[in-house]
Write a protein that binds this ligand. Structure first.
Ligand SMILES: [Zn+2]
Length: 304
């Protein structure tokens, strides 16, 4: 299961102190804790690349400053999102315990504002170190032992969070047979609402892309495309902000919070607002002079 960090409201904190067992980390309790949140709004972040040392700069970017600015932006929204996703590469390169300690401190203001965080793993994370570093957030009964997968049930749609971390600090990603079998079953068990899938690595069926993106892209798409209630696949990894579509399935590449690989690419985060048949995705760029900053793109759900 991806790591879910519940909000640090005073009540939650007291409850957790009194009973530090898994029940408090279940999704129904998260939903109760965020009952005054806007159920149609979600903050989408990816690729934060936080290093233990807050002063570290990569590609001319201080990643700590970027994440701090995003945290402020999310907290400043007119209504409180139902949750915040960080879609992998939370850590800078190798998923060190010290990286996660700094990450945890930087996202604490979100949890203090009552926002649950849902974290997935990227190729610069380390699954076991991550779980140990944030052990209070590891659920008691994850659906898969080998991977961190889960379902986050929203008002308008259900999120299916995948784990494409294959080898730490190696670029390509892989879901694998067991995880794909779980996903197919999980999607079939939740058909009443639109399904949105989130994974760190970018789908790319080209043979060359297997060296950089999701190696089992075709197998994943063969699960998603025929299931018409699956409306969108969100991913990160490339540090670019892009939209594509395949057979009506939206492929949304979330920008990095950290740095771009190509200087002209925009970085920032996305404010997602859902309605019955679509989502409006607004980019909050670090560079407010960037042409894409503040622009909203509506993605309309394909028919069932
Ligand atoms: Zn990354």
């Amino acid at each position: 299961m991806p790591l879910h960090l519940p909000p640090l409201t005073r009540r939650t904190f007291i409850r957790r102190s009194l009973a530090a067992t898994a029940g408090l980390l279940t999704l129904p309790s998260l939903r109760a804790a965020q009952s005054d949140a806007d159920p149609d709004r979600w903050a989408l972040l990816s690729d934060t690349h936080i290093a233990a040392d807050r002063a570290v700069i990569l590609r001319n970017v201080n990643m700590t400053e970027h994440l701090e600015s995003v945290v402020k932006g999310v907290r400043a929204l007119a209504s409180r999102p139902a949750g915040v996703f960080v879609n992998g590469d939370c850590a800078v390169l190798k998923g060190l315990a010290e990286d996660y300690a700094t990450f945890s401190t930087l996202v604490a203001p979100l949890r203090e504002a009552g926002l649950p965080l849902h974290l997935t793993l990227g190729n610069h994370d380390d699954r076991e170190i991550f779980r140990a570093a944030l052990k209070d957030a590891v659920p008691a009964a994850p659906p898969l032992a080998s991977r961190h997968v889960s379902i986050v049930q929203g008002e308008r749609a259900n999120w299916f969070l995948l784990d494409s971390l294959d080898i730490v600090n190696k670029t390509p990603g892989l879901l694998g047979d067991e995880q794909r079998a779980w996903l197919a079953k999980a999607l079939d068990a939740h058909t009443a609402k639109p399904a949105l899938v989130m994974v760190h690595h970018n789908p790319n069926p080209a043979a060359a892309a297997k060296k950089t993106g999701l190696a089992d892209t075709e197998e994943l798409l063969s699960i998603l495309l025929p299931r018409r209630h699956v409306k969108a696949l969100f991913f990160g990894h490339t540090h670019t902000w892009r939209f594509a579509e395949q057979d009506g399935l939206h492929l949304v590449n979330l920008p990095a919070v950290a740095y771009p690989f190509i200087p002209t690419e925009v970085t920032g985060w996305v404010d997602a607002k859902f309605s019955e048949k679509s989502a409006a995705l607004t980019l909050h760029a670090h560079d407010t002079a960037h042409a894409a900053h503040g622009k909203t793109t509506e993605i309309v759900w394909r028919t069932a």
